[in-house]
Design a protein around this ligand. Structure first.
Ligand SMILES: Cc1ncc(COP(=O)(O)O)c(C=O)c1O
Length: 415
């Protein structure tokens, strides 16, 4: 028997038997025939599974979840209960963590190398102990506004295969800039307690973390000579939300643990942390959107192949789009691949080329440009699994279309 519990003011459906996100979405869709808004389901169990996997593959490395990736309060609460800290970059994120009793200031790292002055002062007054920096200007800002806050030097050490490179915006050169920054911090009386990195989002080469750890060792040695109490090894984010043959947490963990053993063998002397975002936020969230328009077109309009001019294709218009849940398409380079929520394509019915458009009047609001489906009907729901990173947190209700409603589910074991 299912029942409801409340977590962070939200109703969580606790299932009597294990169901997939698709099963749950399918059941919910039955009661939504007249609803015009899309909906998203969140599995609390998947957060717990990811956390357990983290503990297994990255033992001794405390995750500070990157709140920007998805600031859903239930996700934050579950992660806090499991023992995570939080990477915050703004006053709003810090206030949410503290005011909603998710965690205390001690469990926050202010991980923005260029901090808004008012936010920095606010964080300092609340007792947030550490912030990242990558320039002398930022050190001066910290001296003026947060003089006793500890500094973590953010270096640039990017995996060339990462789909989103962060090196252009943040991070000092790990060889050329470090000495002068460590000396400047010492002159200003700011304790540098460690080094952080972000190898890039959706990094595909686990050895990128090893390269970062080698730089960190050199910087630790230099920092100690200059008189800094170096102890924090911060591996940043970039851990994958979805695995493939090249990348998984197990592959990264193997590389990271070997490198830490080699370069930081006296474990008790150090604090090993990371700032994973997508790793925790991707898999728990899945979304469903309803088809409200369908037009038949010559298939070449979809495939761009003149040989298809006499074939049939369909353009579908759904009630969620790239201004809403699929904002991850623009902000995170994701290519969403959906499927019919009920009666999938694995029937004997003919498959047609199809385009899936978002609901707004913007012609760039394109969810899937070319996909293949049986002939779908108006009122049918489509479903996208594992879509929680940089999606829900970047929604805008452009053009007046309502955003997806969230439903939470778990099983007895998880609660
Ligand atoms: C400083 C910092 N840490 C962590 C993250 C999280 O990255 P990811 O979601 O790739 O793990 C980001 C993302 O931009 C970031 O800027």
């Amino acid at each position: 028997m299912s029942h409801f519990e409340v977590l962070a003011g939200n109703k969580v459906m606790v299932l009597g038997k294990p169901l997939t996100a698709k099963d749950v979405a399918e059941t919910l869709s039955l009661g939504m025939k007249k609803k015009t808004e899309p909906f998203t389901v969140m599995s609390l169990k998947k957060v717990v599974e990811r956390y357990r996997e983290w503990e297994c593959e990255m033992p001794g490395i405390k995750p500070y979840y990157a709140v920007k990736c998805n600031d859903n309060i239930v996700l934050l609460k579950v992660l806090a209960n499991l023992g995570a800290g939080f990477d915050c970059a703004t006053k709003a994120e810090i206030d949410m963590i503290i005011n909603e009793n998710i965690a205390t200031a001690d469990d926050i790292i202010y991980a923005h190398p260029i901090k808004t002055p008012e936010f920095l002062k606010h964080a300092y007054n609340l007792g947030v102990p550490r912030a990242t920096f990558d320039s002398k200007e930022e050190l001066c800002k910290m001296k003026a506004l947060s003089p006793e806050m500890e500094g973590i030097l953010r270096i640039s050490c990017c995996d060339k295969t990462a789909e989103r490179q962060l090196k252009h915006k943040f991070g000092c050169d790990p060889t050329k800039d470090v000495t002068k920054l460590l000396i400047k911090a010492k002159e200003l009386g700011i304790n540098v307690v460690g080094v952080s990195v972000h190898v890039g989002s959706r990094c595909c080469d686990p050895s990128a973390y090893e390269r970062a750890i080698i730089h960190m060792r050199q910087i630790f040695d230099e920092g100690i000579l200059i008189g800094h109490p170096m102890k924090v090894v911060d591996l940043g984010g970039g851990f994958p939300g979805i695995y493939n043959e090249k990348i998984s947490l197990a592959k990264i963990g193997k590389c990271v643990m070997a490198a830490l053993q080699k370069y930081f063998p006296e474990k008790e002397k150090y604090e090993f942390i990371a700032e994973p975002g997508r790793y925790f936020a991707t898999t728990p969230f899945s979304t469903a959107a309803k088809i409200f328009g369908r037009i038949e077109v010559p298939a070449n309009r979809i495939t761009d192949n003149e040989n298809d001019a006499n074939k049939i294709g369909y353009m579908y218009y759904i009630n969620d789009g790239t201004y809403m849940t699929f904002s991850c398409k623009h902000f995170d380079g994701i290519h969403p691949i959906g499927q019919p929520l009920t009666n999938g394509n694995d029937t004997n019915e003919e498959l047609f080329p199809a385009t899936i458009w978002g609901p707004t009047c913007d012609s760039a609001d394109l969810v899937e440009s070319l996909t293949y489906h049986r002939k779908l009907n108006i009122g049918e729901w489509l479903f996208w699994d594992e879509i929680g990173a940089y999606s829900i947190s970047t929604v805008v209700e452009f053009n007046g279309f309502p955003k997806a409603k969230l439903y939470y589910f778990a099983d007895d074991e998880t609660m």
